[in-house]
Design a protein around this ligand. Structure first.
Ligand code: MIC
Ligand code: SF4
Length: 643
């Protein structure tokens, strides 16, 4: 039987397990990436493993999230990351060099290789034919130490592309169309492979926009074939030697095939507060816009920025609109400057921000109260922009740029401009902001510099056989990690200070949570469907653990968050009957007995001491996961010699 692209890469990297849907597989990891907001924790974890140098083919530490330095905290963390990277053999991408996923695509990604990154949008590299996964920092630390990455073998969907995008309909609209059809939980447990004759009409940056937003579907990862467009992109980056062709066999089998005719798509927009709340741009005609933000790892490539510059050329941003532009990398910025397109952008009245995540993670540029913000980003979760009642809409760069000029949500179809989708023959390569690590002998003398913001890593006691605890919080469906552990300019600098972060846990849902959870001592959270969707931040597990949470009962979990809970020593248990989830009340006392035996057989009985009811929860954990939980988390497990 023929193989899919993913099966070919998995087979070449399989360390343990079989490629049967639902069973655990362990993969050898060729490359890792970290960003600063999750990286400080990942390197602290790596250091605690006592391994002298990373064992991957390539590991890169990026600084792109916490770039505002309003005090010593972020600056100290940057210095820690730079020195720890040098000490352990990791490339360091300096602040200002760009967003991790954009720079990785430009300078390091290789078709056919495996990559894990402590950021949920790591699958962006799937646009180059890499098998790339977002993971918790601890999983990345283990991979840097040469350990395998464990995942559940996903189901595979093939999205078959036919036709070609019409002018002003973009790769972003392809992503939004899939979100409209499948929803934010439609990709859970699924690997999305893109194929069909339409693929050759898309460049690597366009493919990367699409694989990037696979994260919003909850997909395990997304991947494109590696073909002549991939070769052209790598050649233009001066690294044609990294090219290998990769395609699915004609008789490869998929669990589901989805057809998208590119020529039938129209410009789309995701309305507040979920990326799957998708409608045609035309249907929102006339909605007044307060701000427009163009950038993020979804839409900040040179191609995107060139299209934006062409729309802004000779025009002025509407007086009531504030427009920000964050190019994805220094390469993009340099090339815009060289070509003069940067001037087209600046003369329109746009505000140029750093080559970094910026407004996407609430790191500045929050909208005004109740303001409508049009963003080319991937997430519009409640409160993520930094303004609690901000109304964030997700759109393509074309729709964003045009609406910035008109001041109202405007459909770019019919706009008279030559389509700007051509790939330059070469990219300006300047790696001076990428610092390669010194050799092993020199690295021994590097001193790792830690600032006072770095606090001790919280530890979790081994799991006993009985758990009795109060339900400290009940929440609904699609709770994101931005609800659990908010980000933004005020809190992000404290990513290596769990005690401080804990004051903001679940702030969007219930500001009394931290105090109540700490007072309860040991706690249980009850959630709905797709609990923990969104980012890979392990802080959304470590902080609840610090506040005494030992178990989350939910109707279903997002993949990375479930793994992070286990790594932190928290039990993620699924209601056998979803109706039981609705019956448990906040404040009830629950008891779970015979935990070890239940984990081994795959189900546990929970007794609600308050109502007297009993119900069953499922726990489909591998033996390794059971051992990790028994030890009180992955760090304890690794220290005890577990692999
Ligand atoms: C995000 O887009 O939510 C982030 C910020 O990049 C996160 C990582 C983090 O919280 O540091 C992600 O996507 O994993
Ligand atoms: Fe950065 Fe936003 Fe991309 Fe996350 S989604 S990596 S915050 S640009």
């Amino acid at each position: 039987m023929g193989k899919t692209i993913a099966e070919k890469i998995i087979q070449a990297h399989l360390v343990a397990g079989e490629m049967t849907v639902g069973s655990e597989i362990a993969l050898r990891i060729d490359q890792t990436l970290t960003q600063d907001a999750t990286g400080t924790m990942a390197y602290l974890e790596f250091e605690s493993m006592g391994i002298p140098r990373v064992k991957t083919e390539l590991s890169v530490a990026y600084v792109d999230h916490n770039t505002l330095q309003c005090g010593f905290e972020n600056a100290d963390d940057h210095r820690y990351l730079q020195t720890v990277a040098a000490k352990y053999g990791v490339q360091f991408s300096r602040p200002g060099n760009g967003i991790c996923h954009q720079v990785h695509l430009e300078r390091f990604g290789k078709p056919g290789k495996t990559l894990i990154g402590s950021d949920s949008h790591t699958p962006t590299a799937g646009g180059l034919g890499m098998l790339a996964f977002g993971a918790g920092g601890m999983d990345v630390a283990v991979a840097m130490g040469g350990g395998a990455y464990y995942i559940t073998m996903p189901r595979q969907y093939r999205v078959n592309l036919t036709g070609e995008l019409r002018p002003h309909v973009t790769a972003k609209d392809v992503s939004l169309e899939l979100l409209r059809r499948l929803s934010v939980k439609g990709g859970v447990g699924v690997l999305v492979e893109w194929g069909g004759p339409g693929v050759k009409t898309l460049s690597v940056p366009e493919r990367a926009t699409i694989t990037n937003m696979g994260a919003e579907l909850g997909a395990t990862t997304s991947i494109f074939p590696s073909d002549e467009n991939t070769q052209a992109f790598l050649a233009a980056q001066g690294r044609v030697q990294d090219y290998t062709p990769l395609a699915a066999d004609d008789d490869a089998q998929y669990d589901r095939v989805i057809e998208i005719d590119l020529s039938k798509l129209e410009p789309l927009v995701a309305c507040p507060h979920s990326p799957d709340n998708v409608v045609p741009v035309g249907s929102l005609k006339g909605v007044k816009v307060d701000q427009v933000c163009i950038g993020s790892c979804t839409n900040s490539s040179l191609q995107d920025m060139k299209k934006v510059a062409a729309i802004l050329r000779g025009k002025t941003v509407a007086p009531h609109v504030s427009l920000s532009i964050s190019p994805g990398s220094r390469q993009v910025l340099n090339m815009l400057a060289e070509s003069g397109e940067l001037n087209d952008i600046l003369l329109s009245g746009a505000r140029l921000l750093e080559c970094a995540c910026g407004p996407c993670i609430g790191m500045g540029f929050s909208p005004p109260s109740g303001g409508v913000s049009l963003r080319t980003f991937n997430r519009n979760f409640h409160g993520r922009s930094g303004t609690r009642d901000g109304q964030v809409y997700l759109v393509s760069p074309e729709t964003a740029a045009l609406s910035a000029i008109t001041g109202y949500i405007t459909d770019p179809q019919g706009l008279e401009l030559p389509p700007q989708r051509t790939m330059p023959a070469y990219f300006h390569v300047d790696d001076s902001a990428l610092l390669p690590p010194p050799d092993e002998a020199e690295a021994r003398d590097v001193e790792v510099l830690r600032g006072p913001n770095i606090k001790e890593f919280p530890t979790c006691a081994p799991l006993g056989d009985t758990l009795t605890a109060e339900v400290v919080l009940t929440v609904g469906d699609n709770i994101t990690t931005d609800h659990i552990m908010p980000a933004g300019a005020k809190i992000l600098p404290y990513r290596s200070n769990i005690p401080y972060l804990s004051r903001f846990c679940f702030e969007v849902c219930d500001p009394t949570f931290p105090e109540r959870a700490a007072a309860a001592g040991t706690g249980i959270i009850v959630g709905g469907e797709n609990y923990g969707q969104g980012s890979s931040r392990e802080h959304a597990a470590l902080v609840p653990m610090y506040l005494g949470v030992r178990c989350v009962l939910a109707k279903s979990f997002a993949r990375i968050h479930a793994a992070n809970l286990i790594n932190a020593g928290i039990l993620p248990l699924t209601f056998a009957d979803a109706a039981d989830g609705d019956a448990v009340k906040q404040g009830s006392r629950l008891t779970i007995n015979n935990i070890a035996e239940g984990l081994a057989k795959g189900s546990l009985t929970v007794t609600d001491e308050t109502s007297g009811r009993q119900f069953t929860v499922c726990c489909d954990f591998t033996e390794r996961q059971q051992r990790i939980l028994a030890c009180g988390g992955l760090l304890n497990y690794t220290k005890e010699g577990g692999v």
